[in-house]
Design a protein around this ligand. Sequence first.
Ligand code: PMV
Length: 361
Amino acid sequence: MSPDDFIPQPYSFSIDNGSFTWSSPSNIALVKYWGKKDNQIPENPSISFTLDHCKTITTLSFSKKTSTDDFSFEVLLDGEQKDDFKPKIKTFFKRIENYLSFLKDYHFTIETSNTFPHSSGIASSASGMSALALCLMSIEKELSEGMSTDYFTKKASFLARLGSGSACRSIEGDLIVWGAHEQIQGSSDLYGVKYPLKVHANFKNFQDTILLVDKGEKQVSSTVGHNLMHGHPFAKNRFNQAHANLSKLTKIFELGDLDAFVNLVESEALTLHAMMMTSMPYFILMKPNTLEIINKIWAYRIANGSKVCFTLDAGANVHVLYPENEQENVLKFIKNELVAYCQNGQYICDQIGFGANQIQE
Ligand code: PMV
């Protein structure tokens, strides 16, 4: 498909007002997206586990307005006006205007809340932008005749991508690929697709416990971070490596090779941070406690023959990934040895999830 395929035909119906609610999860990348071209096109393919508990719930209410000159909307987080969210949403609306011809016809009220603490350092852009994209698609579906589920899902992901790249991986689950990859049929730079190949039972119900190491404001926004890959001395090799790692992962998933999984996932996380450490300007986003946790995980793995591993976002928090059959032991280990390194002892237990859900009024 091409971007033009998402430009709507004149709508069949008209509605004056209404509201839709969607709950959409966060996701955690195994092969990381870091670096983009114009229009939120990724420099390399990525793959993520969709999460289950970390979600954004958004209600979008809309009512017809008389003037269609500009966008009109308000945003509320947990019932309170959030004017500082507005510029990001306005940018999003501008980017998607061509693809949703009704955007200037309505006044929108966007009411949003997260199941995880707002200032936890967990990126809410993936769950937030995907929830909003889904609400907008629900409006378009009402205005259109006979929209297929496949088109709805693809376009929701396409729009979410224009809000925040990784958000396009939050529409469905449980494993989502975004970015064209030669071995993954149907994969596209424009939207996320369900991983279509065989996945061994070892990866069913994989667990992700998120250790909140640093809940402060992000030191580098992801927009700045992605831009640092332009002219980065290692960019080309990194993008090639991501393609190669995704190829390796297809074998790992097929065979259920947990040892190879651990190595690949941890290497991806450290490579992401290595890219930040070697850009100009350079950043260290890990904190001393991030490294303490990593070392403890390595020691635990050796001592117990465990398949637990870590991955990182563009921040200091640690995602601890492990198979379901290790849940009891790993949680004990986390409580006994890792919680001490978390800010206020905070952590969130999550696991692989299956994507967004519409909440009926
Ligand atoms: O979606 P963005 O633009 O916030 O970028 C997210 C990038 C990482 O979280 C660091 C990696 C990824 O693939 O999710």
